[in-house]
Design a protein around this ligand. Sequence first.
Ligand code: AP5
Length: 224
Amino acid sequence: MRVLMIAPPGAGKGTQAERISAHFGVPHIATGDLLRDHVARGTDIGVQVGDYLDEGELVPDEIVLEMAKEAVEQAKRDGGGYVLDGIPRTLTQARALYELAVDLDMTAHVALSLQVEESELVRRLLARAAAQQRSDDTEKVIRRRLAVFQEVTRPIIDWYGERGILVSVDAERPIDDVAREILTALEVLRSVVDHVPDAARSPIDLATLHTAFGAEHRDPAPRG
Ligand code: AP5
């Protein structure tokens, strides 16, 4: 199974990616974690990217693309699956990643969009800030990260819809409930992904499905 997680800060990309990784036995590749590791180790890359992370700005495409390339090539050697968490975030990254994946015969089966109201995203990240030390979990930088997502990253979600691999999930529910819905959807998709070309599939909106089954309706427009 090959999954891209495309969602705003605090939506639960890391939390759910770990569940997917454990369930399908595929590597969890998180660009944010890789970058923070470089900063912690004081590598050349870490020195270059530290300020971007602290300010909630996107690191230059070429740096994250090189890291992702190495990780995806390793994932191919390890069996061919992955959960990519935090990349792509720009149209340039989306295109480059797609071309790399085509070359490696490793295109994503699913682009997972986690939908959460902005007020809840801020609440989660401030709650994390109280318990952990992440330099970008201040209210000012959280707001900037959310704005960058809306301006730069959100538009690429449509592209995955057009490719027929988009799955949208209402992620403003308890972690276990969200995980159950994601894993159920991925299990269903796993049985078809190898047999149906991307272009033949339609976008799947599980948030709408959730509403259809009687959950409270929320306007999806401003959500991640
Ligand atoms: P990154 O590390 O990717 O951070 P982010 O996108 O800001 O996302 P977070 O890790 O804060 O949130 P998440 O969605 O993973 O949620 P999580 O599961 O942690 O990127 C950091 C920086 O690196 C970027 O700003 C940029 O500078 C740089 N960068 C990274 N990738 C890049 C790229 N491709 N290009 C350029 N720059 C890049 O959960 C958050 C909290 O909520 C946790 O405390 C969790 O326990 C809680 N939570 C999760 N789910 C739920 C739930 N359902 N209910 C209640 N609480 C929940």
